[in-house]
Design a protein around this ligand. Structure first.
Ligand code: C2O
Ligand code: CU
Ligand code: CU
Length: 491
């Protein structure tokens, strides 16, 4: 048995070593842009109504080869939902799959019953229509399933989409904002094929989860996009289930980082690398020169990542050419990136009424594995807390909190880097790192719900599925947590 395992390990290392060249690509396919979801305003309720149907199908990622996939309103991924601050939205979700799932609005501030976490299961053939008021700044959010123990598989099959929020300020700002023209959604996933099908195997010793051997953007392999404007905004979403990317341009040019998970930064920050772990987003503006071809790359992770897990598992080279931008021979001039972007709605750690500690381990958080009917933390509506999140586990983890956008207060005791000073809902916590975050649990009376928990978890989905997740409820002052109803199946 041992010899077999060693033999298989050698084969596996060798087979992954070939990835090194697969990371360079020819950019032969025009980048698909997810359509903007249609919506209408219901006269009676005043809500902006969207329809999302989870369905199974086939996708031809490569000519003549059909891969079984899942999607929303289509065969792979989903349309981009878009709404404005102050609007009330309703999403009519219908599950046409043959297994139960959920739809979670990652990054959205909304009552727990509407969150689409593991307690809001939608059975095959059933419908679920959450509604809420958009009450947060313009941002690049996303949606994906969250069935406990199955999230990795449901996301890998293709269930993910963007949810863009606008506000008065973002509509006024001189940033590129024509969707699909100079404002591009960039949904990055790593994939691996086994013949016509996806190969979602983790490989031997692969305990950070699935790592693919090539990347796709918006479901397009080897993608290029022709751009006709001097400045292009990329809304980067790491929709991979385990892989962290250090995004940058192959020629080393700097981009203007203008937004993070929860919205626009106060001012643009010049960066040559933008690191995103699973679930994180960034908005960057890149300046193009007429006629050039610029390649967005995921660079090898090294310094600062804490350890070399991912690199080791990728056979020594984990860089990927992600997307090529082809500039037209003449470009429309774009205004410069504004020096002031947005006011910052960030919690103040000085207001904290309570501190909590979270120790990240693959086996669970604070030594406990997720239980659907156990509430791990009870927070009071309208208060601020400071959470300390620590990883000494020898492997990378990240940390995502539902309902709120938080502020990173410190990283190993120091002031966070510029890219971590804006609104965040997911942070990479490399091994050997302690991060302090401040969170404010705001919201109207409908946010107090002792029986319906929100989640916090590692967004490496294999870890999340394996129990690296906990639950908190929001209650009114003096309130106590109830008992979450097991599956809470919608029907
Ligand atoms: Cu992106 Cu708990 O999720
Ligand atoms: Cu989330
Ligand atoms: Cu993890």
């Amino acid at each position: 048995v041992l010899a077999l395992a060693v033999g298989a390990g050698v084969w596996w290392l060798w087979s992954d070593a070939k990835v090194t060249t697969a990371g360079r690509t020819a950019f032969t396919n025009e980048l698909a842009i997810p359509p903007l979801a249609e919506s209408h305003v219901d006269e009676k309720t005043g809500r902006r109504v969207f329809d999302l149907r989870m369905q199974a199908g086939e996708t031809e990622f490569r000519p003549g080869r059909k891969t079984p996939t899942w999607g929303f309103n289509g065969n792979y991924l989903g349309p981009t939902l878009r709404a404005k601050r102050g609007e009330r939205v309703e999403v009519r979700v219908r599950n046409s799959l043959d297994e139960a799932s959920t739809v979670h609005w990652h990054g959205m501030h909304l009552p727990a019953r509407m969150d689409g976490g593991p307690h809001q299961m939608v059975e095959p053939g059933a419908r679920w229509s959450p509604n809420w008021r958009i009450d947060q700044p313009a941002a690049t959010l996303w949606y994906h399933p969250h069935p406990h123990g199955k999230t990795e598989r449901h996301v890998q099959r293709g269930l993910a989409g963007m949810f863009l929020l606008d506000d008065e300020n973002s509509e006024r700002l001189a940033l590129p904002k024509r969707y699909g023209v100079d404002d591009l959604p960039v949904v990055v996933q790593d994939v691996k094929f086994d013949g016509d099908r996806f190969d979602h195997g983790h490989g031997l010793m692969q305990n950070i989860g699935f790592l693919g051997d090539r990347t796709m953007v918006n479901g397009t392999l080897d993608p290029y996009r022709v751009v006709r404007d001097e400045r292009v905004r990329l809304r980067l979403l790491n929709a991979s289930t385990a892989r962290t990317y250090d995004f940058g341009f192959a020629d080393g040019r700097e981009v203007a980082l203008v937004g993070t998970d929860g919205g626009l930064l106060e001012r643009p920050v010049a960066e040559d690398r933008v690191r995103l772990s699973p679930g994180e987003r960034a908005e960057v503006v890149v300046r193009m020169r007429a006629g050039e071809r610029a390649v967005l790359r995921g660079f090898p992770l090294d310094s600062g990542y804490g350890d070399a897990w991912q690199k080791r598992f990728a056979g020594g080279d984990d860089s990927f050419d992600v997307l090529q931008l082809r500039a037209a021979r003449t470009l429309r001039p774009s205004p410069g990136v504004p020096a002031k972007l947005a006011g910052q709605e960030l919690p103040d750690p000085a207001d904290a009424v309570r501190e909590r500690h979270f120790e990240l381990k693959m086996s669970g958080i604070n030594g406990r594995s997720m239980e659907m009917d156990r509430v791990d933390a009870t927070v009071t509506r309208g208060t601020t807390e400071v959470w300390t999140v620590r990883n000494e586990n020898g492997m990378p983890h990240n940390f995502h909190v539902h309902d709120v956008q938080f502020r990173v207060v410190s990283v190993n005791g120091a002031r966070p880097p510029a890219a971590l000073r804006g609104r965040k809902d997911t942070i990479l916590v490399p091994s050997g790192t302690t991060m302090k975050i401040a969170l404010r649990f705001d919201g109207g009376p409908e946010f107090a719900d002792p029986d319906t928990p929100f989640m916090y978890h590692c967004h490496l989905l294999y870890h999340e599925d394996g129990g690296m997740m906990g639950q908190f409820v929001v209650v009114d002052r003096g309130g106590r947590a109830g008992t979450p109803k097991g599956g809470g199946h919608a029907g």
